[in-house]
Design a protein around this ligand. Structure first.
Ligand code: CA2
Length: 155
């Protein structure tokens, strides 16, 4: 069964434990369960990863880019956390690995500080889901699965 990667960047391991006014009270383990259900509805398995380290995130983008090319994975839902706003290296990794990515943010970054308004990831993302809380991960999986099916239909 093909998979969808759900990738989370720095500090998202703290989800549900602090700052509930911004990120809600759902934990990352809860998000993982929601993603497994959503993936299952599309006949996919979810591979769930989180790291606080940029290099580790880059290594996973490379690994899953190769697996997407092999038809084992349809792409990634990626919440890069604060690396969204800083990381040319993650931009280059996604572009280089040709991994289909839907960028996902829990909060509406455009309603927040100006430094959160720019994303290095958006120009290399297939789609973006912003501001729907943790439900955004499910919407992003639905969107990535739809784009994948569309791609298969037209090829
Ligand atoms: O809204 C999002 O999903 C963000 O990607 C979350 C990042 C933030 O830097 C981005 O601008 C927007 C922060 C993730 C940290 O998550 C925490 C969760 C609970 C407590 C503290 C941090």
């Amino acid at each position: 069964m093909p998979s969808v990667l759900v990738l989370n960047g720095p500090n998202l391991n703290l989800l549900g434990t602090r700052k509930p006014e911004v990120y809600g009270s759902t934990t990352l383990a809860d998000v993982e369960a929601m993603c497994r259900d959503a993936a299952g509805r599309h006949g996919l398995t979810a591979e769930f990863r989180q790291s606080n380290h940029e290099g580790q995130l880059i290594d996973w983008v490379h690994e899953f880019g190769a697996r997407a090319k092999a038809g084992e994975c349809i792409g990634a839902v990626f919440n890069p956390g604060a690396y969204t706003h800083t990381s040319v290296a993650l931009h280059d990794a996604i572009e280089g690995a040709e991994l289909p990515v839907v960028e996902c943010h829990i909060s509406n970054v455009h309603k927040r500080e100006a430094f959160r308004h720019h994303s290095f990831i958006s120009p290399v993302a297939r789609g973006i889901v912003v501001g729907f809380g943790v439900r955004g991960y499910v919407l992003a999986i639905d969107g990535l699965a739809a784009l994948h099916e569309e791609g298969r239909a037209s090829s």
